[in-house]
Ligand binder design. Structure first.
Ligand code: C2O
Ligand code: CU
Ligand code: CU
Length: 429
């Protein structure tokens, strides 16, 4: 800490990693060969990041899920040239959450992320619920960054960007390695799961089909834990789950085939890389387990969404554009006003899954295909899947930071789509 600012350093640089044993894969990472360090700060703290670009091309670093001034957001308007630096600084003004950071250079977000540029940014707020949950990082509170890769025989990344599927591959990694496992010494473990894949949707569950408790989504703790057997996570989304363990009985986090849309709007359809069968992370309990505390039955107070005198807007995702227009760096699509509630209706007119991500403030899901959101979507979100031929309605209020000059982005977070133009820009005034 200097001058009351907690400074972090990130150097985007090339590296080499053993994603699969015995193969050395050229990768990119932040201050390491692959992925980036977990950054961590408390609500109310002022943080700063000294970013250096040691890559051969421009990149940027976006703080996904962070409420901050647009000039610090790290989107396509804050590129960092090779060998140049960038030092954003802001005060954390949001509850505890699992956020992440990744590149956002217009047109190259998918490739940069696929090569390995991604890391977690954890916000702590010291509330009782947060500390009742497992919270010893690396012991009973584990980061789980999901990414998939396609490796050539010589270990290099296959970077053929197929229309439809983008950069997707059969090697699914947790924290950068295939076949990951974690020794566990407690009977409860909290997994902070990030879908950091560029295009793949995961339908998560446990190998024994047992329940787990979901305790947090993108923007922080849910009102109450939700018992689930399956959880759909599209690119950019996060979920914190608590898994119970018994001595000597490993359980494996895995991905199941995605449900086909039996009813309109629940689950994804065929299309862009859907959840398939992958073992992701084996939790290996030690013979003796320490007992953890039970998950509190109330986790957070989520106020009802504000919709009175909201400004209504519509966004149509047609598979290529939003509202018929491809992303234009020079065009501002939406001008919102600080503290004025907004209700955004996002319609997917395509027969494939897309999702919708909004920078800056988190939103609340009012409905999915006209019905109430399932409990896993009832907390603060920044990214939500929009069912094929379906719609979601979102309530959002932009706070604190008026800046007519620097836009924030909203976009499909399937990164090939965002690179191809399913993105728009908004300013807050
Ligand atoms: Cu995670 Cu605009 O991005
Ligand atoms: Cu974002
Ligand atoms: Cu999309």
């Amino acid at each position: 800490t200097e001058d009351g600012v907690r400074w972090f350093t990130l150097e985007a640089r090339p590296g080499r990693a053993d994603i699969v044993p015995g193969k050395s894969t050229p990768t990119w990472g932040y201050s390491q060969d692959l992925l980036g360090p977990t950054l961590r700060a408390r609500t109310g703290e002022t943080v700063g990041v000294r970013v250096r670009n040691r890559l051969p091309e421009p990149t940027s670093v976006h703080w996904h899920g962070m409420h901050l001034p647009a000039a610090c957001d790290g989107g396509p308007h804050q590129p960092i040239a090779p060998d140049a630096g960038w030092e954003p600084s802001w005060t954390i003004a949001q509850p505890a959450a699992t956020l992440w950071y990744h590149p956002h250079p217009h047109g190259s977000t998918q490739l940069h992320t696929y090569r390995g540029l991604a890391g977690l940014f954890l916000v702590d707020d010291g509330t009782a619920a947060g500390t009742a949950l497992p919270h010893e990082y690396g012991v009973d509170d584990l980061p789980v960054i999901l990414q998939d890769k396609k490796l050539n025989a010589d270990g290099t990344l296959d970077e053929r960007n197929e229309a439809g599927t983008g950069l997707t591959g059969p090697t699914v990694t947790v924290n950068g390695i295939a076949g990951a496992y974690a020794p566990v010494a407690t009977d409860r473990v909290r997994l902070r799961i990030l879908n950091g894949s560029t295009m793949r949707v995961y339908n998560l569950g446990l190998d024994d089909d047992g329940e787990f408790e979901m305790v947090a989504s993108d923007g922080g703790l849910l009102a109450a834990p939700v018992r689930l057997r399956r959880l759909l996570l599209t690119p950019g989304e996060r979920a914190e789950v608590v898994v119970r363990l018994q001595a000597g009985r490993p359980r494996t986090l895995r991905s199941f085939p995605a449900p086909l849309p039996a009813r309109k709007g629940r689950g994804p359809s065929a299309g862009a890389a859907q959840g398939e069968e992958f073992e992701l992370l084996r939790l290996d309990p030690r013979p003796q387990l320490r007992a953890g505390t039970a998950t509190p039955s109330a986790l957070a107070v989520i106020p009802p969404p504000v919709t009175a005198s909201a400004v209504a807007r519509t966004f149509e995702l047609d598979g290529n554009t939003i509202n018929g227009l491809p992303m234009d760096m020079e065009r501002i699509d939406v001008t919102a006003t600080v503290d004025v509630p907004e209700v955004w209706t996002v319609t997917n007119t395509h027969n494939r899954v897309h999702n919708f991500h909004v920078h800056d403030n988190h939103f609340q899901v009012l409905d999915v295909n006209g019905g109430p959101p399932p409990p896993e979507l009832a907390g603060w979100k920044d990214t939500v899947s929009v069912p094929p031929s379906g719609s979601v309605r979102l309530a959002v209020v932009f706070r604190d930071y008026a800046d007519p000059r620097n836009p924030y982005m909203y976009h499909c977070h399937l990164m090939r789509h965002e690179d191809d133009g399913m993105m728009g820009q908004f300013v807050v005034v």
